[in-house]
Design a protein around this ligand. Structure first.
Ligand SMILES: NC(=O)c1ccc[n+]([C@@H]2O[C@H](COP(=O)([O-])OP(=O)(O)OC[C@H]3O[C@@H](n4cnc5c(N)ncnc54)[C@H](O)[C@@H]3O)[C@@H](O)[C@H]2O)c1
Length: 335
């Protein structure tokens, strides 16, 4: 059995705890949260020791794998502590709160000889995998351009429930880094790391409740002259399904309400893939956490390393850094 621990028992931790609980070859051995009530409640629910201090947990429980579901500014220091203790790490996105911290973590991970994976679970959606195949197989010719948009809602209660989310220091940004980095990651994964980035970000309607940006738009030029345009906002009245479109030479492929549709010039529209519907209030997170977590564990004993490592995760963080700097939201030398 591979042993696992989860650090940070907040909103997303349930996805990790349930995936571990359902994995036949992974044994949860510890949970950790700085809040004793959360640590105790999770410890009781899962029947494992609960800790309030990461270093103590690493020393006493000695997990093979540490899942990091913490505020962004704690990803890198806790990941580094876990790697130095000899554990593999699966951290929630983003890899760190800034590009500089993420790049340093990538270096530490390489030197550690351990695996560091980053939770970009939307790459495992059926629609994402189908788009990957269409790009690689050139079923509809080359991809020419893409557009993606995310219209979501975040209010004062959301930021009040976890105040770190509202700050540059602890979150490293707003809608770009916290809610919609997945969509930037998908664009860069499907079309290649951008060679040109032109982005703007601003806080339009949340100035009273957060200092970070709530709206952003980014235009990118990817290898081969492929272009993409992206828009994201937290100012909408509800969490609408993510919109994603790839324009190929001979078809337009569009993600619409969880279905991937290919429209060809003869007027035909074909369903290429349907995403598993996630349930509940947080359905916008998608249903692919368990897929990514199972794949991460499969790669611990495989010849090929797990593919979404710190370097892979730095691509989207680089897009954010350039956008924040260009928008005057952070100084260029601070990132
Ligand atoms: N992949 C996704 O779709 C997805 C969705 C939601 C959140 N996330 C990510 O998950 C991470 C956590 O987000 P969340 O919304 O669950 O946050 P949260 O605020 O709900 O939970 C964070 C938890 O960490 C604990 N914590 C803070 N400092 C600690 C410390 N020093 N030691 C131990 N515990 C500590 C807090 O007490 C809290 O329980 C973030 O990186 C976020 O971006 C990812």
């Amino acid at each position: 059995m591979t042993t696992a621990a989860v650090v940070g028992i907040g909103d997303i931790s349930a996805n990790h705890l349930h995936a571990i609980g359902e994995h036949p070859a992974v044994d949860l051995v510890a949970v950790c949260d700085i809040d004793p009530e959360r640590a105790e409640a999770a410890a009781a629910q899962w029947g494992v020791p609960g800790f309030t201090d990461v270093d103590t947990m690493l020393r006493k429980a000695r997990p093979d794998v540490v899942h990091i579901t913490l505020p962004h500014y704690l990803h890198a220091p806790v990941a580094e502590a876990a790697l130095r203790a000899g554990a593999h790490v699966l951290t929630e996105k983003p890899v760190a709160e800034s590009y500089a911290a993420g790049a340093e973590l990538a270096r530490v991970a390489r030197e550690s000889g351990r695996t560091l994976g980053v939770c970009f679970q939307n790459r495992y959606n059926d629609s994402s995998q189908a788009m990957r195949l269409l790009v690689d197989d050139r079923t509809y010719g080359s991809v020419v351009s893409a557009r993606a948009s995310v219209w979501w809602h975040r209010d004062a209660a959301y930021y009040a429930s976890s105040p770190w989310r509202a700050t540059w220091r602890e979150a490293g940004g707003g809608v770009l880094i916290n809610q919609t980095i997945h969509t930037i990651d998908l664009l860069c994964w499907l079309l290649g790391a951008p060679e040109e980035i032109s982005g703007v970000a601003a806080n339009l309607t949340h100035r009273d409740i957060t200092e970070v940006e709530d709206t952003a738009t980014v235009a990118m030029r990817h290898p081969g002259g492929v272009t993409s345009v992206y828009f994201a906002t937290n100012c909408h009245a509800e969490n609408a399904p993510v919109e994603f479109e790839l324009v190929f030479e001979s078809a337009t492929v569009r993600l619409q309400d969880g279905q991937l549709l290919a429209a060809t010039p003869d007027g035909e529209v074909q369903v290429i893939a349907s995403d598993l519907a996630a349930e509940g209030e947080r359905s916008y997170w998608g249903a692919s956490h368990a897929r990514l977590i199972n794949d991460f564990y499969a790669h611990l004993s495989a010849e090929q390393p797990f593919w979404i490592d710190a370097d892979a995760a730095l691509v989207s963080l680089g897009v954010l850094r350039d956008t924040y700097v260009a928008s005057g939201l952070v100084p260029a030398d601070a990132r």
